[in-house]
Design a protein. Structure first.
Length: 151
């Protein structure tokens, strides 16, 4: 009883199947390499922007230190860090560093409470700090700080 197939009809089928499997594995390998390359690049961008964010945060710390000083220095500030990142006071639209802005008097910023008795007021400042890295990254941070003053 024969099904109409002979042994000779199956010659070359193993080679065709092998080539198809090899093509499939090659396509999967290429996709994996491309995916890992894009993940690597994304990780680099993330590390870079994190560094610039930390630089901008350091700029806010400088502003807070100036506010804590006995004599307030509200002059424009520019810092250049060792990694080439420039930090300056003022928003990104300003062509030069801007001084710290006093935005009013009143209670401490939301979330903070002071019980120091009468005769004192809180000066409210809104520092804006922009950090620019040498390779083109930019982060702008804005905060609100209170400084205790005598009325």
């Amino acid at each position: 009883m024969s099904l109409g197939m002979r042994f000779g009809d199956e010659q070359g089928m193993a080679m065709i199947v092998s080539v198809l499997v090899l093509l499939l594995l090659t396509a999967i390998g290429i996709a994996a390499i491309e995916h890992s390359g894009s993940e690597f690049a994304a990780g680099g961008r993330s590390r870079h922007i994190t560094r610039v964010l930390h630089a901008a945060d350091a700029g806010l710390e400088v502003v807070a230190a100036k506010l804590a000083g006995a004599t307030l220095n509200v002059s424009p500030t520019t810092l250049t860090l060792t990694n080439g990142t420039t930090v300056q006071s003022g928003d990104r639209n300003a062509t030069s560093p801007q001084p710290l802005k006093l935005v009013g008097y009143g209670p401490p910023p939301e979330g903070y409470g002071l019980n120091v008795g009468s005769g004192f007021s809180t000066e409210i400042y809104r520092p804006i700090v922009t950090a620019n890295s040498a390779s083109g990254g930019m982060v702008e941070l804005e905060s609100q700080l209170g400084r205790l003053g005598v009325e």
